[in-house]
Design a protein around this ligand. Structure first.
Ligand code: HEM
Length: 338
């Protein structure tokens, strides 16, 4: 090595040492703040196992984004994946079994006096529009919701992972968007029917006679809606409102408050959905195959006069007093019920 080369190397080394001396304190000051507290690994582990909530730091405006997401919260996970699934299965299978038993014992509820062929208007256009909008949206919401609860265990093994993934993705979209027509229909149904659903003393007689559905030839008096229907109405209104509120909280988690509040809304959503689905299965049975002449009320908007006299005698009296003349099947429909 020549003297010239040695001198050049020494100068280079000196330059590097000088550069490090100048820049090192700045780098360490930027990266490490010895007075700042930091989360220990043990704290993270405890939080992830269901312990205290932890928050870090974020630079975006929503400070809740700094909260540690705890996927394994055991209490909520057990409720969500276990208790609610069981409740869904038990209530849906239970009501189907009860209806089958009822059908085997009682058979189809017939019009005891036979169909008269004379029709009386029962529901107007707005009532039927709101009912069917509510019914269609609820049924799809219930099926797509049920898929989220039991689909992975029940449907995926049958149709395969790919088809199940596609179906569930579309189902989730349908669930999110159909919530809105459901809420609109619920509000209309509430407004048009609430006056007919206030319990009164006529209902006591209906309860005393078991609604007349257990025995042939028993027909307790009722106005536009009997006590059983009033119970369905209030279950739909209160249950539907609870589903709507909790559903909006689930869709927009930032409105829900803390993560614990969001989890509570999810549990309420699941429990109410399971109970209301079971009630609605019974309603669909009675409104279609379970009772002769009932479907016409929502299908055509008019019912056979003998059906009306047997199930809603006081309402028929009111209609007659209002001079709403029953029509023959061939004739035009008279003044709407309301
Ligand atoms: C295919 C399904 C459905 C059928 C065949 C059906 C049938 C009927 C019928 C025939 C009535 C009138 C009964 C009468 O004249 O007294 C009625 C009323 C009613 N429906 Fe439905 N319905 C269905 C689905 C739904 C759903 C999904 C809901 C709510 C989520 C619902 C809520 C109501 C309510 C609140 C009433 C008034 C109270 C009552 O009659 O119980 N329906 N339905």
């Amino acid at each position: 090595m020549t003297l010239k080369t040695l001198a050049a190397r020494c100068l280079g080394l000196l330059a590097v040492v000088l550069l490090m001396a100048v820049s090192a304190p700045q780098l360490s000051a930027q990266q490490i703040n010895p007075t700042q507290s930091s989360v220990q690994e043990q704290q993270l582990l405890e939080a992830l196992q269901g312990g205290q909530n932890l928050s870090g730091r974020v630079t975006i405006p929503d400070q809740r984004a700094a909260d540690l997401i705890k996927p394994g919260n055991p209490g909520w996970a057990n409720l969500h994946g276990g208790t609610i699934t069981t409740l869904f299965v038990v209530s849906v299978v239970g009501v189907l079994a009860a209806l089958l038993l009822f059908y085997l014992i009682r058979g189809r509820i017939r019009v005891d006096s036979g169909l008269s062929g004379r029709m009386i208007p029962r529901f107007g256009g707005l009532e039927r529009f709101a009912h069917w909008m509510l019914a269609a949206s609820f049924i799809i919401l219930a099926l797509t919701g049920l898929n989220l609860v039991i689909g992975r265990a029940v449907i995926r093994p049958i149709i395969g992972e790919g088809a199940f993934g596609t179906m569930t993705a579309w189902g989730k979209l349908a669930h999110n968007y159909l919530a809105w027509p459901f809420m609109i229909a619920l509000a209309i149904v509430f407004l048009v029917w609430v006056v007919h659903n206030i319990p009164n003393k006529v209902d006591l007689e209906w309860i005393k006679q078991g609604g007349g559905i257990l025995k042939k030839g028993v027909h307790p008096p009722a106005k536009k809606f009997n006590f059983g229907q009033k119970m369905i109405f209030w279950a739909v209104v209160i249950g539907g409102a609870a589903l709507s509120f909790t559903g909006v909280m689930l869709l927009f988690p930032h409105l829900a408050g803390t993560p614990a509040d969001w989890q509570l809304y999810q549990v309420i959503h699941g429990v109410v959905a399971a109970i209301l689905s079971a009630i609605i299965i019974a309603h669909i049975y009675i409104g279609s195959v379970g009772m002769e002449g009932a479907f016409d009320a929502m299908g055509k908007g008019e019912v056979d006069l003998n059906w009306a006299k047997e199930h809603h005698s006081l309402w028929v009296d009111e209609m007659m007093a209002k001079d709403t003349k029953p029509q023959t099947r061939a004739g035009t429909v008279g003044t709407p019920a309301e």
